[in-house]
Design a protein around this ligand. Structure first.
Ligand code: AMP
Length: 211
């Protein structure tokens, strides 16, 4: 199964992706996670991406496209993938089309997780990630199990002002991709409001078609 996960920051893509990976045997490729790992390791890419990320702006397309090119060459990608946070601009989507053509691969679906803007800020500011496993929780809506041994942190770019810019960037640059994939007939919108397992149930209804 080859999937794209679209949706504004805080829509719950990371949370739902954990379940999709567990149940459908796809590899999650999160450009945000890869960039954060590069920053942690102090790579050239990480250094170049830093200022954009901290401001909530997009990292330039060339850097992202080169990065995803390398990722799509990896053997584990063969059994299927879920692109989370990529593509985020029309040029990235066009580059992805070219890459997939070269590899002889076709996308099955673009899942669009739809959440209204006022809900997003509430969600993001309560978001916490476990340093060891990368699992994403929310202090109110999805707290970690009490008996677990977690080392939770809040992402730098999850501060309210940065979040508002990230939402604006999504509206301006990423939302046009809904139209891009609708024209290809593969965009499927899922209501991202409600209980996490109910939202996942709706995702499963879509994905079971491609099993
Ligand atoms: P995310 O974890 O997906 O919210 O990404 C965090 C930050 O990484 C974004 O605000 C951007 O600065 C950068 N980033 C992640 N994916 C992309 C992408 N596909 N294109 C440009 N910038 C990206």
């Amino acid at each position: 199964m080859r999937l794209i996960f679209l949706g504004p920051p805080g829509a719950g893509k990371g949370t739902q992706a954990q379940y999709i990976v567990r149940d459908y045997g796809v590899t999650q490729l999160s450009t945000g996670d890869i960039l954060r790992a590069n920053r942690k390791d102090g790579t050239e890419l990480g250094k170049k991406a830093q200022t954009y990320m901290d401001a909530g702006d997009l990292v330039p397309d060339e850097l992202i496209i080169d990065m995803i090119k390398e990722e799509l060459k990896k053997p584990e990608i063969q059994k299927g993938f879920l692109l989370d946070g990529f593509p985020r601009t029309v040029p990235q989507a066009e580059a992805l089309d070219t890459l997939l053509d070269e590899l002889g691969l076709k996308l099955d679906s673009t899942l669009v997780l739809d959440v209204p803007n006022d809900e997003l800020v509430k969600r993001i500011t309560g978001r916490r990630t476990d340093r060891k496993t990368g699992k994403v929780f929310h202090v109110i809506f999805n707290p970690p199990p009490e008996d677990g041994d977690f080392d939770l942190y809040q992402r730098e770019d999850d501060k309210e002002e940065t979040v508002r810019n990230r939402i604006k960037v999504y509206e301006d640059q990423t939302k046009p991709l809904i139209d891009y994939y609708s024209k290809k007939g593969i965009a499927e919108t899922i209501e991202g409001i409600g209980k996490i397992d109910e939202i996942y149930g709706n995702i499963q209804k879509v994905l079971d078609k491609y099993k």
